[in-house]
Design a protein around this ligand. Sequence first.
Ligand code: SF4
Length: 258
Amino acid sequence: MVQQTVLRKTSGVRGLIIYRGPSMLGNGNVVCVATLRTSNRKTGDMVQTWILPDDGLSPLRAVQAELNAQACGSCPLQGYWNGRKLVDRVCYVNLGQAPDAVWRGLQRGIYPVYNRQTHEHLLLGRKIRLGAYGDPAALPYNLLRYLCDISSGWTGYTHQAFWIDPQRAEFLASILMVSCHNSAQRIEALRRGWRPFTTIRADEERPTESVECPAYTHGVSCARCGLCKGLASNARPVYVIAHGKPGLNLGSVQRKGE
Ligand code: SF4
């Protein structure tokens, strides 16, 4: 499969606009770009989907202006702008790097709008990462279902599990992990029938019903592992130990109880 992917003809297409319209999280519009190549060693060879606010602001400016909810919903990892800098930001995505590069590409018009007849072969049979930036819950049901159906596997996470309406939650739980940041969230997620992906501090007790992410224990890429696809996998839930600066900041998210 990897060899097929490498040999696949992309005709110079670097990415595709696979959705542009209202966010399913409300608050405005989003644009979703699927980029076809990545150097991300943790995910491995996966199509990356970038869900960005679509109101003319760069991803960083959108967070600074508190106009990012259509892409990230109520995710507590976004942090906030205190007038001088971003504070309490735990999200591992550097807004000034990949999301900004994708946004600039959009401004330059380098991404064609997805057309099933012309472009489906570029996604067919690939592994797809739902939400390299942004929350997949912002995308319409049919699009998510379609991407999962044509892929050979996917990963995805949402932070919206605890407030989204039950009907939509049932579908999202079938394909996405719910991101949790403390044991109360993890237990509630399990009670509601989700598969949690829990981030813990290095000094916290390990959740016994979950397995540690194999990327850290065995150096496996997400493309090969594929555990993080909600209830589409009947494997155990997953936890990861937050390292570095995000690990230090995780305490602030946990204290907020979010
Ligand atoms: S458990 Fe597997 S799919 Fe999930 S983040 Fe870790 S390596 Fe990726």
